[in-house]
Write a protein of this length. Structure first.
Length: 330
């Protein structure tokens, strides 16, 4: 989320300095529009309505240095509403202001003293820009995590969960490999994974075809899709799930790096030494990620086979989506 063009460092500084005043300003602005709010979960429905109405009609606020001048800023609406939601969570469940450097997002750290990380600004973005209602339900999911983790009913075996993710990723890759063989093409596909601690399973998969999304928009769209998965219950037991990660399959061009470390003189699609590859990016909240690559062989437009599969760590690139380093995130 950009706040009037601020970079992550500036946003971090503003969040820590003005988190509490932002919450108060949000409550005062709502009161000025006839909406009374308190810092409790019973005010979340009214806050939600106010956010949606303000996003639609324009969020008017007065600047502290000139109370007679009103200004409109959607980014300020998001950050002030996130500060309000943050105060509600800290007051009831505990925690402290934080900032996730991977996602470049304000958050609430260590909710309940249990290492739970809550991305209030991201949730407000989903509400304001996509109309994704349910702030009170969101609060209840965080409260659920505090209860369950506090009682020791959420256990996380990272090695075993990683094996489960790998198994799903290779199955999905096998399906898409068959599609490539048959059609010669593949629309890029994003598969978010969630984990149900009650079923001890990855309960269901949602497919997000990445069509019509510019590369520079991909990370934000995919991240919002991944977190939206947490809004739906487990398909088996109807219980709450945790964000586990994603698999992303796509066809791409690979070119050799110049030996002097400089940038290639031509884009991959035009480079004479290009190689077509079928690539899978697997990324998780377990702190582990890999890229699975095999070369695609063609005779004309017909795919004749695939080369040897190689696996290597991956941690960057426009198609790599930063994730928190914990399943206990909301």
């Amino acid at each position: 989320m950009a706040l009037s063009g601020l970079d992550a460092g500036e946003l971090r500084d503003i969040w820590f300095k003005f988190g509490s005043p932002f919450a108060e300003r949000f409550v005062n602005n709502a009161r000025g529009k006839g909406v009374g709010l308190s810092y409790g979960k019973d005010s979340l429905k009214a806050a939600e309505d106010f956010i949606l109405e303000s996003w639609k009609k324009g969020y008017m606020f007065t600047r502290a240095n000139d109370p007679k001048v009103e200004n409109y800023d959607k980014a300020l609406l998001v950050i002030q509403a996130a500060a309000f939601l943050t105060r509600v969570i800290i007051k009831d469940l505990g925690g402290e202001l934080g900032f996730d450097d991977s996602l470049k997002q304000p958050c609430v750290e260590n909710v309940g003293g249990l290492g739970i990380r809550v991305f209030t600004a991201l949730r407000i973005q989903l509400l304001a820009s996509r109309g994704f209602r349910g702030l009170k339900q969101y609060y209840e999911r965080v409260a659920w995590a505090v209860r369950e983790a506090g009682a020791g009913r959420i256990t996380i075996d990272k090695n075993r969960l990683w094996k489960m993710v790998e198994e799903h990723a290779y199955k999905l890759r096998s399906v898409d490999e068959s599609t490539i063989r048959k059609t010669g093409d593949l629309n890029p596909v994003f598969f978010p994974f969630t984990y149900c601690p009650r079923c001890d399973d990855i309960p269901s998969l949602v497919v997000m075809p990445v069509i019509g999304i510019r590369k520079e928009e991909f990370q934000e769209a995919a991240l919002q899709t991944a977190f939206t998965m947490l809004e739906a219950p487990c398909g088996k037991c109807k219980g709450q799930t945790l964000l586990l990660g994603y698999s992303f399959n796509h066809l791409a061009w690979m070119i050799p790096r110049p030996k002097d470390g400089s940038m290639p003189d031509k884009p991959p699609s035009q480079h004479p030494d290009r190689r077509e590859i079928f690539m899978t990016i697997v990324n998780t909240t377990l702190g582990r990620s890999i890229g699975i690559i095999s070369e695609v062989y063609r005779s004309g437009n017909k795919v004749t086979g695939f080369g040897e599969t190689t696996v290597s760590p991956v941690s960057g690139g426009v198609l790599f989506i930063p994730l928190p380093d914990t399943l206990l995130c909301f």
